[in-house]
Design a protein around this ligand. Structure first.
Ligand SMILES: NC(=O)C1=CN([C@@H]2O[C@H](COP(=O)(O)OP(=O)(O)OC[C@H]3O[C@@H](n4cnc5c(N)ncnc54)[C@H](O)[C@@H]3O)[C@@H](O)[C@H]2O)C=CC1
Ligand SMILES: O=C(O)C(=O)COP(=O)(O)O
Length: 528
């Protein structure tokens, strides 16, 4: 039975789902060394933002198949290290959107009306009305950095509160921004014109320290900044200095460079700052959503099914996967075949997509071809997660050609592999919905169903050769299931493809290569 480690607080709804297929151990607050010591036992780990799945943890994770992040941000996971090892990383892209957006809005209003400080003063026995005169958000300008799922919801609600909206997001169109009722501007305009700035971007090398002394200096003195996205996007020392100096008026911060936040100047500031301990996703509703979303994906991956929100595999919806499945199988089979025909080291793969295939998403099909291409060398170590990266590391150059007008078959895929021992090509097609055919080998036309044990020969198209091979295989008790010869011209070169009931015993291939008229011979073994 599979084993799943839950190392951060996860709603019971998620644990119930995992328990259907695995033994679940809940161990919260493990020190990194202890996690590294035990992770080798587990097939899956389910986390939130507290557990750091570092390179060291990934290296120690000898059985791990999936990291499930019950939330959005995966900056606490070394995704490249996981990818290299073929470990799927999944998250819940939408489960806590509303919770995070509502928290940002709550922070904006509490900061504007000094609610936390007023509450504190009430609870200490005071009745102080003069000290807490706030500001309205109505007709103020809100600059949203990151107009994704959370940013969009913030914008929708802020608009209803009568705010003017600016947005910066280099990956969003002006039309989309307009639909949401905001003006897409550059970052400088956000800094210079906003009364409120709210961050809804991931932490990346580009966004780290995006808010620093220099950018804070561009803001209006009445500007207030909200960070419910990620720690590290704001330089905390520069923010504390700007608040003390009155460069900006306020800040509301939920996330910190180091969590839990230790001693910090931010803690010593007054009513101008509102602090919460990473509570953006902490609603009952969001926690049920993310737990179910991610637990279902872990369950599916452990059952050998695809995950719907993998962050490190060619992004595909399950419906798209179902539709592409026959093409993916064809690509993988052809990749595997061409790799065995080419032998040696492959440094170039050309992928030709014709007919209906030319209209499909290319990336997953290329990934499947690479998985097949690398599987003779890497066996089960290569999968859809790491095939691209493994190929890149081996210096395999991949190019694609598409032509929807080529209609020899409904969908045709051609792979050409160039390597240290020369160039080989295989073309395959789908008949009907899922029936695979090899339709050419090294440009010789054939029509062969791929089978487990195959023998390919290149020979002179002269009488007698086929008979010689037949009797040679007979001598070694190898049964021929089917045989096809493909040739371009009569008595020219030809290719013979044989499906064998049994693997070719050692030594026979060399004997076949010695036959006069046969210039080359290859075996191909397909495992699936
Ligand atoms: N405080 C909390 O508890 C929570 C925090 N978050 C964080 O909120 C952030 C946003 O989450 P979602 O809206 O769900 O993600 P999303 O992926 O839907 O949106 C992010 C947006 O940022 C944009 N973006 C990326 N790089 C950018 C850059 N350099 N400049 C401007 N825009 C850039 C993207 O184009 C995208 O539209 C994430 O960092 C996530 O980790 C999410 C949930 C809860
Ligand atoms: O989903 C996210 O990105 C969050 O930051 C939420 O973090 P959490 O799951 O509450 O530790």
């Amino acid at each position: 039975m599979s084993k799943v480690l839950v190392s951060d607080p996860i709603d019971q709804a998620g644990i119930d789902i995992l328990s259907q297929v695995a033994r679940v151990d809940v161990k919260i607050g493990l020190p990194p060394a202890e996690l590294a010591r035990i992770i080798g036992d587990y097939d899956a780990i389910m986390i939130r933002s507290e557990t750091r799945v570092t390179k060291e943890i990934i290296e120690a994770a000898t059985n791990l198949k999936i990291v499930g992040r019950a939330g959005v941000g995966v900056d606490n996971v070394d995704v490249p290290a996981a990818t290299r090892k073929g470990i799927v990383v999944v998250n819940s892209p939408e489960g806590n959107t509303i919770a995070a957006a509502e928290h940002a809005l709550a922070m904006m209003l509490s900061m504007s009306r000094y609610i936390p400080e007023a509450d504190r003063s009430m609870k200490s026995g005071q009745w102080n009305r003069k000290q807490f005169v706030g500001t309205e958000v109505y007709k103020k300008t809100l600059g949203v950095v990151g107009l994704g799922k959370i940013g969009s919801h913030v914008v929708t609600v802020a608009k209803a509160m009568g705010m003017k909206l600016l947005a910066f997001d280099p990956f969003i169109s002006a039309e989309r921004a307009e639909q949401l009722g905001c003006r897409l501007v550059d970052l400088d305009t956000i800094f210079r014109e906003s009364d409120y700035i709210t961050l809804h971007i991931p932490k990346t090398p580009e966004t780290t320290n995006l808010i620093n002394a220099e950018t804070l200096a561009k803001m209006k003195p009445q500007a207030r900044i909200i960070n419910c996205a990620r720690g590290g996007i704001i330089d905390e020392a520069a923010l504390a200095a700007a608040l003390k100096a009155g460069t900006i008026a306020g800040a509301a911060i939920d996330v910190f460079g180091v969590e839990p936040l230790g001693e910090s100047e931010l803690r010593s500031l007054g009513k101008e700052i509102v602090l919460t301990p990473h509570l953006g996703a902490s609603t009952a509703e969001a926690q049920v959503n993310v737990a179910i979303d991610v637990a279902e994906q872990i369950r599916d991956v452990l059952l050998g099914l695809p995950a719907r929100s993998a962050v490190n595999i060619p992004g595909l919806h399950p419906d798209a996967i179902a539709q592409l499945k026959p093409y993916l199988q064809l690509a993988e089979t052809l990749g595997n075949m061409v790799s065995q025909l080419a032998g040696g080291r492959i440094n170039d793969l050309q992928v030709g997509l014709y007919g209906d295939l030319a209209e499909q998403q290319t990336k997953p099909i290329v990934t499947a071809a690479l998985k097949g291409l690398l599987s003779p060398a890497l066996r089960e170590r290569v999968n859809y997660v790491n095939a691209g990266i493994e190929a890149k590391e081996r210096g395999i150059h991949v190019s694609e050609t598409r032509d929807a007008s080529v209609r020899d078959y409904t969908a045709t895929l051609k792979l050409v592999a160039k390597g240290s021992l020369g160039q080989h090509s295989v073309t395959g097609a789908l008949l009907g919905d899922a029936e695979m055919r090899i339709t050419s080998v090294d440009d010789f036309p054939v029509n062969v169903v791929p089978t487990q044990n195959m023998l390919f020969t290149v020979h002179k198209d002269v009488p007698g050769i086929i008979g010689i091979i037949g009797s040679l295989l007979g001598k070694f008790n190898v049964n021929i299931a089917s045989m096809q010869v493909g040739r371009k011209i009569v008595r020219g070169d030809a290719v013979m493809v044989l499906s064998l009931d049994d693997p070719l015993p050692d030594g026979i291939l060399n004997e076949i290569k010695q036959v006069t008229g046969i210039s080359d011979a290859y075996t191909v073994t397909l495992t699936s």
